[in-house]
Write a protein that binds this ligand. Structure first.
Ligand code: PEP
Length: 252
């Protein structure tokens, strides 16, 4: 049985004080509940402060990106061990904004995924098609290429530690959400890919989140689909009430 996993991607939003207030508010509201896994991914400069704010709670900390090298002359970059040092358990890799705004390729993402796993960080690896690709009927092939490229070379054990996030680019931050049927179809394809690339045990174990305009009002229906195991949430993760509403949707 895959436990639902709700992660908040705060992107480049909030001040330090706002980040701490949001993290503290969530920790308070979540209390002792452990039926849903929850993580927050603040901007890297606030990871330490947020880590302190959630200490003693069941909320895990995640980063939004990292570099694949362990250390050295890579100005502006952050390594997996540095993220662990400030309390991160997870790292989002290959988010569509990094793919399409910052030019990250599947090969670059794969290096990061390998480095994260080698260091003991759990990657949340994003895949998803652009609107023109969906309209051209290319969704399945785009997602397959990203899956094969970003996750190349992972052992079965490493794959089981990895979370996949299906995030159709046209649904991110746009208010346009994929219908539960549209999302479920891609999640089912991804699970088949896991089965053919690995085996049925791996396919049954890996959690696949949906991301793209998830909010309290649509969370329960999306999260009720058989192959949707959680959500990667952008905009609605910036308010305690909205994020908690999505967590409630995971329990429905
Ligand atoms: C995201 O950035 O991962 C995301 C899904 O954003 P939003 O929820 O705002 O669409």
């Amino acid at each position: 049985m895959r436990r639902k996993f709700i992660a908040g991607n705060w992107k480049m939003n909030l001040s330090r004080a706002e980040s701490v207030a949001l993290a503290s508010g969530l920790a308070q509201q979540l209390g002792d509940a452990t039926d849903v896994d929850v993580a927050v991914c603040p901007p890297s400069v606030y990871l330490d402060a947020v880590h302190q704010a959630i200490s003693g709670s069941h909320i895990a900390l995640g980063a939004q990106n990292m570099y694949h090298e362990a250390a050295g002359a890579y100005t502006g970059e952050i390594s997996a061990s540095m993220l662990q040092d400030v309390g991160c358990a997870y790292v989002i890799l290959g988010h569509s904004e990094r793919r399409h705004v910052l030019g990250e390729t599947d090969a670059a993402i794969n290096l990061k995924v390998q480095a994260a796993l080698a260091a003991g960080l759990l990657p949340i690896v994003c895949v998803g098609e652009k609107l023109e690709e969906r309209e051209a009927g290319q969704t399945a092939s785009v997602v397959k290429t990203q899956f094969e490229g970003s996750l190349a070379g992972l052992t079965a054990e490493q794959m089981q530690q990895t979370v996949i996030a299906y995030e159709p680019v046209w649904a991110i931050g746009t208010g346009k959400v994929a219908s539960p049927a549209q999302a479920e179809a891609v999640h089912a394809d991804l699970r088949k890919l896991l089965e053919t690339s690995y085996n049925s045990e791996v396919a049954a174990a890996v959690r696949i989140q949906y991301g793209g305009s998830v909010k309290p009002s649509n969370a329960a229906e999306l999260l009720g689909q058989p192959n949707i195991d959680g959500a990667l949430v952008g905009g609605a993760s910036l308010k305690v009430e909205d994020f908690m509403g999505i967590i409630s949707g995971a329990r429905a």
